[in-house]
Each structure stands twice: as C-alpha cells, then as structure tokens.
Design a protein around this ligand. Structure first.
Ligand code: ATP
Length: 436
C-alpha cells in the first residue's frame, strides 16, 4: 500500500501515531478546561497537563537562571534530502529559545522529524535543523547523538548558561508515540523544567509532549504555543457567524469524534476527504473500496441525527472523483455520491460538490478548515482541495471572512495552491501565525 494511504485502519501503529483528536478542533471546540494553560484547552485523551504557571513569561528569573530546560519544539520541517525547503517552524521556535537564553537557562530543544519506522534513520536526523538553528541564533547548537542516555546527560550536564542543545529525533524511539513511562523518565532525567512550544503536536499524548509533564515541574507553554492558542480561541469563541467547519483528510476516527462538538459551535459543517465515505456508508450507500472506518459508521449516524435535531447543515459531496486504484496514474471517473461503483475508491470531490460548497460558504464569516478534500498529492485528485482553498481565499479577500487553516497536510495543500498567504491564519505550530 502506498505510504500516502494514511487512513489504513489495519495499521495500528499508524493509528496510534496519528492523532486522537484533531489539534485545532480539540483545542478550540470541545469541553473546555480553563485551568490548564491559561487559555482554553479541549478535553482529549491527549490533553496534556501544564501547571498553574501558564507560560514562560510567568516564570521568575530565579526559576530559569542556570536551569536545564527541556523545550519541545516542532522543527518537523520539509526536507529535500538534507536541505530544508521551508524553515518556518525553526524560525518560529526562536523567540522562546532566545527568551530562555536571556534568562540564563540551559536550553535543550527536542522534536520529532518525519515518521521514522524502525529506529534511527539518517534521513530523519535533526542535523539540518540544528545547523539552521545555529545560523538563526548565531551560536552553535550542539546536536546530541540521541535523545536519551548517558551521552545526552553529559552534554546537558556540561553545558553553560545560554548554551543551546538539540536532542536527536524523539521518534527514533517507538516509545515516544506510545508515551511509555520508562522512556519518558529517561527523556526527562537531565532536566529541571519543561516548556512546550510545539503547537503542531501539542494535542498528541506523546512522551515529549505529555509524558514529560509528569516528571518535570514547572511545565509551561512557550510563546508560540500560547500565542496560537490565544488567537484560535479568540477567533472561534468570539468569531463572527455564520461559522463553518470544513473537516476532511484521512484520520477519520480521530476527527469524526470532534464533529459532535463542532455542531454546537458551527452553523455548517462541510465533510470532505476520506471522512466522506464513513458518512455515505452510514446513509446506506455503496462506497466501493473507499476509505471507511466501520467502527465509526454509528458515530456518523449520530452526528447526522444531531445535526438534524439542531437544524444545522452537514454538507456531503454530491459527486465524487473515483479511481480504480490508489495511484497517481489510476483510471478515474466522476460519479454521483450515491453511485460509487464496486471496486472503485473515492479520492476527491467532483466539480458539482465544489460549486455547492462555494454556495454554502458564501455567507460565512468564520471558516475553519482541517483536512484536505482529496488526495491532493496526486494531480488527478487535487481539484476538490484547491477548489475549496480558492473559495476560502476569495471569502477572506472579498467578504472579510476569517479563515483558519489547520493541519499539516491542509497547510501544505494551501501552500501548493499558492493562496496560503491570503488566509487569515495558517496554523501548523509554525510561522505564519507569528505575523498576525
Ligand atoms: P492534521 O494535521 O490535523 O492531522 P491534516 O490536514 O494533515 O490534519 P489528515 O487527516 O492528516 O489532514 O489527512 C491528510 C491526508 O488525507 C492527505 O495525505 C490526503 O491524501 C488524505 N486523503 C484525503 N482524501 C482522501 C480520501 N478520499 N481517501 C484517502 N485519503 C485521503
């Protein structure tokens, strides 16, 4: 199966590795816990506990001077071999690091990069990130050969105030995503306190995001994380209506559970991407070989029933681009959503659907999108996603709507379409948000 097929429900590891709830939606929409973080944060198995001290600016000088601080950044940048093709996430992490340095802390950055399958792989080394961070900070960022162990402890132990160290990719250990206590303890061991500045992974209960908060105190948010949460919370809590959410992508089980909460907040929900077929199946329709999560067909039914009860709109595609295989060269045809032939899989929205989406969104003042409308990585299946990106960019420009794009692939799709800069807010735990 091609690696792009992220929705393969048989791959339990991948599922574990994917999210429990979509980051943007859990943080904004679900039941709020106001005490954590100082900003609202959603419930989720992945909710991580930060303490009464909310952000690094709440810490006193004494709490930082000479202290060994573990900072979870998201420097998961796109690479072409060893060349960083977009350093936004590294640049975004600089203000927190500079601040900690200025307070005399010993700063150690940790992050994941890519999805290494089975232990260390040179192509996923954080070496290029450490180099780029050295340039940006104008000082050497020492790359530790590992993220745990004696050597790391020695490097951190020998470091002076203001030094910056980067640990090697935390995902070189399977225990990272499994949040295994023994690994967490080793990861936390050399440090005095924890700063989470990785919005892109903040929703995941991994060792380096949630696990370490059990061992390091205080555990607070960095500037980037605090700023993103504040912005998104404000945009949604006080957002102008009508408000719509567009939910797509392949992580069906993680996102479908958020729809219930989204229905309370939003006037309309547009379903796209791999999410569509669990809904079509719930409506008793044939979905061919499309991505479906059978365990969530009931959930889809409940979501549709709730929408009906509340009088809210859930917009499903009326036409679909189907393919005879999951491949860039697949045979394709456009069919009605209720006429998917056996043996074919839905990989994109059809043109009528995009028109209907435009109509449905035309009066919306706030729109949040998480997850692409199709397998946009393949040219044959990118029109639904690029179509909706165009609609959102036009809505922002022409109607002054607030448009928020969240999610790694959604942001990548926006960037590929060339219209990312026209959205109100692009949120990957990275850069564009800093300019707001
Ligand atoms: P997040 O970062 O919050 O997880 P995201 O924007 O990265 O969100 P995902 O849920 O990860 O979105 O889904 C993106 C993936 O979904 C893309 O790789 C895309 O190819 C895939 N996808 C979209 N539509 C389909 C479909 N119909 N069938 C299978 N895969 C799909």
């Amino acid at each position: 199966m091609p690696s792009l097929w992220k929705g393969d429900t048989t791959n339990i590891e991948q599922i574990l590795d994917t999210i429990i709830l979509s980051k943007h939606f859990i943080l904004i929409f679900c039941n709020y816990h106001k005490d954590t973080f100082g900003v609202r944060q959603g419930f989720a198995p992945a909710t991580f506990e930060l303490e009464a001290k909310k952000s690094i600016s709440d810490l006193s000088d004494d709490e930082l001077k000479g202290k060994k601080v573990l900072v979870r950044c998201d420097v998961n940048v796109p690479l072409d071999g060893k060349k960083i093709t977009d350093d936004t996430r590294i640049r975004s992490s600089i203000p927190t690091i500079e601040y900690l340095k200025s307070k005399g802390a010993i700063v150690t950055v940790c992050s994941h990069l890519g999805r290494p399958k089975d232990g260390p792989e040179d192509k996923f080394s954080l070496g290029p990130c450490a180099e780029r961070m050295s340039e940006l900070l104008d000082q050497t960022v020492t790359l530790a050969p590992d993220c745990i162990g004696e050597e790391v402890a020695k490097i951190v132990g020998d470091a002076k105030e203001g030094d910056v160290i980067m640990l090697e990719n935390t995902r070189f250990y399977k225990e990272e995503t499994k949040n295994e206590p023994e690994f967490v303890e080793k990861l936390a061991a050399p440090f005095d306190l924890f700063v989470n500045d990785a919005f892109g992974t903040a929703h995941r209960a991994h060792a380096s995001t949630e696990g370490v908060t059990k061992f390091l105190s205080p555990a607070v948010s960095g500037f980037l994380l605090a700023k993103e949460l504040e912005y998104l919370d404000g945009a949604v809590s006080n957002g102008a209506t009508p408000m719509a959410a567009i939910v797509g992508g392949s992580k069906v089980s993680s996102k479908i559970t958020v729809l219930d909460a989204l229905l309370d907040k939003c006037d309309k929900i547009i379903i796209g991407g791999g999410m569509v077929f669990t809904f079509l199946k719930a409506k008793g329709l044939n979905v061919g070989t499309s991505l479906v999560e059978d365990d969530f067909v009931e959930t889809a039914k409940e979501v549709m029933a709730k929408a009906e009860k509340l009088g809210k709109e859930i917009l499903l595609p009326s036409d679909i681009v189907v393919a005879d295989s999951f491949s860039p060269d697949a045979e394709t045809q456009i069919v009605a959503a209720d006429a998917i032939p056996d043996g074919w899989m839905g990989l994109d929205n059809g043109p009528d659907t995009t028109k209907e989406q435009k109509e449905a969104l035309s009066d919306c003042k706030t729109v949040i999108m998480n997850g692409p409308m199709g397998v946009f990585e393949f040219e044959k299946f990118n029109k639904g996603t690029f179509g909706i990106v165009d609609i959102l960019a036009d809505l922002t420009k022409e109607n002054g709507a607030i448009t928020i794009i969240g999610g790694g692939d959604s942001v990548a799709a926006c960037e590929q379409s060339g219209r990312a800069g026209e959205m109100s807010h692009i949120s990957t735990g990275g850069g564009a948000s800093l300019e707001l």
